[in-house]
Ligand binder design. Sequence first.
Ligand code: AMP
Length: 374
Amino acid sequence: MNKTYLLPNSTIGIIGGGQLGRMMALSAKAMGYRVIVLDPTIDSPCGQVCDEQIIAEYDDVEALRELAVKADVVTYEFENVDNGALAKIEDMVKVPQGSELLSITQDRILEKAYLESVNINIAPYAVVVDKDDILEQSKSIGYPAVLKTARGGYDGKGQIVLRSVEDVDAASELLKYGSCVLEAFIPFEKEVSVIVARNASGQIETFPVSENVHQNNILHTSVVPANLDRDIHEEARAIAVKLAEVLQLEGVLAVEMFVTTSGALYVNELAPRPHNSGHYTIEACNISQFTQHIRAIVGLPLLKPELVRPAVMINILGQHVAGVNEQMGDYSRWYVHYYGKKEAKVDRKMGHITILANDPNAVLIDLEETKIWE
Ligand code: AMP
């Protein structure tokens, strides 16, 4: 029989050897696939758990070709893969997420233009290339505003909040990294995200909405279900479904949104891959975002995600490792994940903890009492 899905023992190639690749690989291994990762670091988080590593830069076309020859399907775990290099292997191997989705999501200018073109609500913005542009555009955008580099930013790197015209001089320093977007600061009440999956047959499934708190622009906690009115849950999920459809997504996509006090939703960012705010799915749902991603890219039907129990996910950054290691023996309900990174640098994502509980607020209070995350 001619199967449209990849059978176990087929090989999945992953570009990027970080924690997202690692958790994708663990899901793929559980399903019986072979996994090869391409990453410049020896013994990367993903390299530690997969069958083979190709040690090379993400834009090394020869290495990407080697991956394409060895793998039956290729996926990526982050957006800063060189899309030109990736496009060169698309005729050699199936790359379900595609280089086009990558080019849209790795450039804020293209991403915003795309979101506007499909009528998704986003913060008012303008593309700026010099200081005069900022001065001119801020007349209509107003203050506070946020200046963000078009490319290369993550975890809040490459962005500055402008409170008044006096901040323009300092902020325009960002322009030396290239064109930027200046966008209105949204006085959000909550930040939420939805992970949506779609496969080549057009089946689409969303995970429950997660409510996210950032500290220093880095995700700190996710609480699920998000504490929102039912219609906002539905609207957030509908936005994610619409994006999966128009993008003809294959794999998972994370859609980050702001919610204002009046209940308006603004899409802030897209990530064409599993996302930190979806880690809770490993224990809290009947299927994780990683397994769903693998099912989508190998052509299997998707599972309908169900929240088995409410959950809190908290990130372990470098500065939290000592405290977590000291106290994890005292908490039998902590599902502790570490990513196998050697050096616990400040603000580096080293792992995360998920806790299942009917009362997420009580969990947040318990976590505060550990004083690990002060
Ligand atoms: P980003 O890199 O775009 O995901 O931004 C990182 C974080 O900065 C977001 O999660 C928000 O907390 C904050 N932020 C970014 N853009 C805005 C905005 N336009 N208004 C308010 N907060 C923002």
